[in-house]
Design a protein around this ligand. Structure first.
Ligand SMILES: NC(=O)c1ccc[n+]([C@@H]2O[C@H](COP(=O)([O-])OP(=O)(O)OC[C@H]3O[C@@H](n4cnc5c(N)ncnc54)[C@H](OP(=O)(O)O)[C@@H]3O)[C@@H](O)[C@H]2O)c1
Length: 408
């Protein structure tokens, strides 16, 4: 075994960086056994410590755990151009500047690894890039944000409102002080842009991902859904559709038999579907210092062990925006004869058929909760707009997508 240690430049020593430094020390013997090299930290950059130029000079490999796009982008580009392999957990940076970063890595011929950027400890990047590298993937989808999955599970299990559960998630460390990126869907969208690029070999960026968050979900949506045998998840979906691809993030109901339905709390789960593999599901913790550091260390070991493919786009696939979905529709209406018939007519006129309905009376009013079969989203939106204009509606209609398949 070589006695010359690998010197690692560590950019950032926050939650993940500090856990990585600790883990590297604890697993030093295992790293040496796996790679033939000892690994040591050559220098650390934080806001109050270290100089990037000096650290780069001393390092053979750079681990970027700063977060944010700047200055991380410049540091990674400098490191790659200087011939240093880079390991990063920075999803926003890869989702926004992946084209540039991967192009430089390919040009220089050095590795850029990023397992920890998507779905925490789940080895989904490695699986898609390496195990399914030449498989024609049809769809990658799943729960890729632990904060929102914790909030939705808690709302469903306790009946509490969104704001109350968000505060609990923050107190328990499952949500950040500023939760906007998580609850608004931008975090999941960045991860789906990265997965779509890998799965479909196409240069997709964050700006091409349509996303919605969970802020508008009401406790009674979850209560009615329970009656219909549904559970609610914030899903990221990247799929081939109509000769192009669609990449989206949205709250979505799943039936009980779906493999993602039982995934609760701050966990992530990702499914890959392809004709050649049928379907693969992986689940595990979606975040956390130690868990993320473990994925980073796995990448460091891979870099030291040999070559890895740098994602190379084959073609630019068109983005399909109007896709077919099934929907849950929640309506508060006047409890009068003929109202249901009126609503059914609007749906029917738009070619939308109803799968199930729950109706409850509340004095003068009634709540009508239904699930409709798959239809083009533009058609459903048009029908909901017409329904909203019916005189008997007591509040604006609320709708959430539903995945109809019951995979077992
Ligand atoms: N936390 C998780 O569970 C998790 C999970 C998956 C992926 N990630 C990703 O991992 C990365 C790191 O996240 P984290 O939670 O460890 O962040 P964090 O706790 O906020 O730590 C960030 C570190 O970077 C340093 N830093 C930030 N901006 C800097 C600048 N301009 N110049 C020099 N140093 C700077 C900070 O320095 P100071 O110490 O001086 O403030 C701190 O040491 C992010 O890309 C994040 O998206 C995190």
């Amino acid at each position: 075994m070589s006695s010359k240690p690998v010197r690692i430049g560590l950019l950032g020593r926050g939650t993940v960086g500090a856990a990585f430094e600790r883990l590297l020390g604890e697993r030093a013997a295992a790293v040496e056994a796996a790679t033939g090299r000892r690994a040591e930290i050559a220098g650390v950059l934080t806001r109050s410590e270290g100089d990037f130029g000096v650290i780069l000079e001393r390092s053979e490999l750079v681990v970027e755990l700063l977060g944010g796009t700047d200055p991380a982008r410049g540091y990674i580009l400098d490191a790659l151009r200087a011939g240093r392999p880079v390991v990063t957990a920075n999803k926003q940076l890869l989702a926004q500047h992946g084209d540039e970063l991967f192009a430089v890595a390919r040009q220089v011929g050095v590795q850029l690894r990023f397992e920890a950027a998507v779905a925490g400890v789940i080895p989904i990047v490695r699986t898609i890039q390496e195990s399914f590298g030449v498989t024609e993937i049809a769809r990658v989808f799943g729960i890729v944000n632990g904060t929102t999955n914790f909030i939705l599970s808690e709302m469903a299990n306790t009946g509490a409102a969104y704001g109350e559960v968000l505060a609990r998630a923050q107190a328990l460390g499952f949500a950040e002080a500023d939760p906007a990126e998580d609850v608004g869907g931008a975090d999941a969208a960045a991860k789906m842009a990265i997965l779509a690029r890998l799965a479909f070999h196409t240069p997709i960026t964050l700006s091409e991902v349509a996303y919605e968050g969970i802020e508008a979900i009401q406790p009674d949506d979850l209560a009615y859904a329970k009656e219909l045998g549904l559970s609610l998840k914030l899903l990221g979906v990247a799929e081939r559709r109509d000769g192009g691809i669609s990449v989206r993030v949205f709250p979505c109901f799943l039936y009980g038999g779906h493999p993602l339905a039982p995934v609760e709390g701050p966990f992530n789960a990702v499914m890959v579907e392809a004709p050649a593999i049928t379907e693969v599901t992986m689940s595990g913790p979606g975040a956390g210092g130690v868990q993320t550091a473990s994925a980073v260390l796995g990448d460091v070991v891979s870099v030291l062990a040999g070559d890895a493919p740098v994602p190379e786009p084959l073609e630019r696939l068109p983005i399909v925006t109007d896709v077919a979905s099934s929907f849950y529709l929640h309506l508060e209406v006047a409890d009068r004869p003929g109202v249901l018939a009126q609503i059914a007519k609007v749906l029917g006129d738009n070619g939308i058929s109803v799968k199930s309905v729950v109706q409850r009376g509340f004095g003068e009013d009634a709540r009508l909760v239904m699930v409709v079969h798959e239809c083009l989203e533009s058609r459903f939106a048009a029908a909901v707009e017409e329904i909203a204009e019916l005189g008997d509606l007591r509040s604006p209609p609320r709708s959430i997508r539903v995945i109809e398949e019951e995979l077992v």
